[in-house]
Design a protein around this ligand. Structure first.
Ligand SMILES: CC(C)(COP(=O)(O)OP(=O)(O)OC[C@H]1O[C@@H](n2cnc3c(N)ncnc32)[C@H](O)[C@@H]1OP(=O)(O)O)[C@@H](O)C(=O)NCCC(=O)NCCS
Length: 217
């Protein structure tokens, strides 16, 4: 299956690498090149694949499927919706070194990077980025257009609603919910629900009581 990569920036090159590694493993995928609206990228090559035109040029080029490879959740959603409305097939890219439980459904156009683990009972929406070495534990619900950044760990039964970004290295404790289009700042520990449409920072070491010396609790 020939695949056009929509975007040619740094994240797109990571996606290209995933597709090339899938091809190495004899999976039926053949990346043909990138589409990007930055005219300075026209004709350039990244990982041996050429920039073939602008994002609107997909109709002029032979291909079987597309994958949107843009980091911004809002821009990725806009491109995804345009392509889906045009009847395009959205390719789901999964690095061969990702571990995804067999019952997990990955939505259309979702990208799963190297070192990712997704455990049983989880559902991952469309156009999601599960970035390098993040883990999505059991029975999570990950909405469409979400980005789970590198090194994030989500406990069991976590819900991340549409369009949210969980920043690099964040930890989300079990059964918490991150609201739609919110941002969890890099490195945070989330042990309360995060409402929709907000940005969060802070990792205070809050005193919660005296330590009992004898049992160490
Ligand atoms: C949370 C975030 C969105 C805030 O960005 P912003 O709105 O531009 O805010 P600013 O950078 O102006 O920072 C505002 C304040 O929050 C603090 N802050 C920002 N991010 C923080 C974080 N992750 N943890 C703790 N404090 C943080 C800043 O130090 C600043 O504090 P100050 O006002 O006392 O100086 C951003 O810092 C972040 O963490 N983004 C996630 C990035 C990421 O992981 N992307 C995925 C890459 S693959």
């Amino acid at each position: 299956m020939t695949v056009l990569i929509v975007g040619a920036g740094k994240h797109a090159q990571v996606v290209a690498d995933i597709l090339l590694r899938m091809r190495e493993r004899d999976e039926a995928v053949d990346p043909v090149g990138y589409l990007d609206d930055d005219p300075s990228l026209a004709g350039r090559k990244f990982l041996g694949l050429p920039v073939l035109g602008a994002t609107g040029d997909f109709g002029k080029l032979a291909h079987d499927a597309v994958v949107v490879a843009v980091g911004s959740n809002a821009i990725r959603r806009r491109l995804f919706d345009q392509l889906r409305q045009a009847g395009e097939r959205l390719f789901t890219a999964r690095h061969p070194q990702a571990v995804v439980a067999p019952d997990v459904v990955l939505g259309d156009g979702t990208v799963v990077c190297a070192g990712v683990v997704v455990n049983t009972g989880s559902a991952v929406g469309a156009n999601v980025i599960l970035n390098t070495s993040c883990s999505v534990d059991h029975h999570n619900r990950i909405g469409d257009h979400v980005h789970i950044a590198p090194g994030v760990h989500l406990g069991g039964e976590v819900v991340v609603d549409e369009g949210a970004l969980v920043g690099i290295g964040a930890l989300v404790t079990p059964r918490r919910r991150v609201g739609a289009w919110s941002i969890v700042g890099a490195g945070l520990l989330v042990h309360h629900d995060v409402p929709a449409g907000v940005k969060t920072v802070g990792a205070a070491a809050r005193v919660i009581g005296a330590r009992r010396e004898r049992d160490g609790a």
